[in-house]
Design a binder for this molecule. Structure first.
Ligand code: UT7
Length: 335
């Protein structure tokens, strides 16, 4: 559906799914190939292990397809019930065609629209916010949103400062039109500040590297990150974004069932929890098992939380993410 629909309407989240590769890469595994240790990685990041795609049969595409199919199954829907699919990723196999087109074909969603979105770690929340707006304005009835990254494909496992942080995962959600306008995203933000782009980037050519950049041991074609810069940015945005969401909706943390946050580094999450006084049981953490999965993390958390019965109809939840671009986004969502 591409036109019509009466305003206003709401948006209901009716299904979630996720997919992670089978192969587990522990900190001890990494310490065999890099000058690092389980102790350093745990203390500085909170990560114990991450999942890594096999070369042969796992990819961003396969994770996206499996996560979306599981979300459809959870919703009791078929691919043909969707009229749009949005795949957020910075590690899609090809830029043409979009992964979303191939995922749409794999779940038999044609002729649903399909496009990829690039917003790095903020990708899932960006895509969910856009999907909410497209349904709410009446242009679409049912949208599949997938956040996914296979960071193992773009980190240089010969260099320790970036590679230990990341992992591979996909999370998906199905959102549909609902007659109750109070359902769905009742407040949302999408933000970017490109002046900080070189804090986290994936140079393909020498000319992509800004003049005056420090020498790097990371090979061309792999992710480069100024960890301390990104850390400072994430800590300040995390707090700012949640405070803004609470002030703009006149809600308090007591009104929120779960804060579903990008899993960047346990220290970043703990710092925000402490500054905002958020209780442990309202801020879900799975970075210990999956690492930082970039665009996959928020959707993966959402699926795990939902399947564990920690959120249900009538709850209000808050999504928060930040990452390369630099980008950040939030959504206050009534289930
Ligand atoms: O999702 C959004 C994208 N990314 C992020 O959110 C990441 C944000 N940044 C971070 O999470 C942290 O900055 C890191 C985990 C990447 C790094 O932690 P840090 O506490 O900021 O460490 P550092 O870069 O300040 O390095 C401290 C020391 C250095 O040694 P010296 O100079 O003190 O002798 C590093 O060389 O730790 C060393 N180091 C390591 N040692 C063992 C750096 N990486 C490693 C490693 N193993 N893997």
């Amino acid at each position: 559906m591409t036109s019509g629909g009466s305003l206003p309407c709401g948006v209901r989240l009716v299904g979630t799914g996720s997919a992670v590769p089978g192969r587990v890469l522990t900190n001890d595994d990494l310490s065999k190939i890099l000058d690092t240790s389980d102790e350093w990685i745990r203390q500085r990041t909170g990560i114990r292990e991450r999942r890594i795609c096999s070369e042969s049969d796992e990819s961003v595409f396969s994770l996206q397809r499996d996560a979306l199919q599981r979300a459809l199954d959870d919703a009791g829907m078929k691919g043909s019930d969707l009229d749009l699919i949005i795949c957020a990723s910075v590690t899609s196999e090809m830029t043409c065609p979009s992964n979303a087109c191939r995922v749409a074909a794999a779940v038999d969603a044609a002729p649903a629209g399909a496009f990829d979105m690039v917003a790095a770690c903020s990708g899932f929340v960006y895509a969910l916010n856009v999907a909410d707006s497209l349904v709410r304005c009446g242009r679409h009835r049912a949208i599949g949103v997938v956040g996914c990254d296979a960071m193992s494909k773009v980190v240089d496992f010969e260099e320790r400062t970036v590679s230990v942080l990341f992992g591979d995962a996909a999370g998906a959600a199905i959102v549909v039109r609902d007659d109750d306008p109070s359902k769905g995203s009742v407040y949302q933000t999408l933000n970017a500040d490109g002046s900080g782009w070189h804090s986290l980037y994936l140079p393909r050519r020498e000319t992509d590297i800004p003049a005056g950049s420090p020498e790097s041991d990371i090979r061309l074609g792999y992710l480069r990150m100024d960890g301390r810069d990104v850390y400072r940015f994430a800590v300040s945005k995390f707090k700012e974004v949640i405070e803004d969401a609470m002030a703009s909706t006149s809600l308090t943390p007591d009104d929120i069932a779960q804060f579903i946050c990008h899993q960047s580094n346990i220290r970043i999450i703990e710092s925000a929890k402490e500054k905002l006084g958020l209780p442990d049981d309202k801020v879900y953490i799975n970075i210990d098992r999956y690492g930082n999965t970039s665009g996959g993390s928020v959707g993966l958390c959402l699926d795990e939380i939902r399947r564990a019965g920690r959120i249900s109809d009538g709850d209000t939840i808050v999504f928060v993410a930040f990452g390369g671009g630099l980008t950040w986004a939030s959504s206050v969502w009534n289930l």
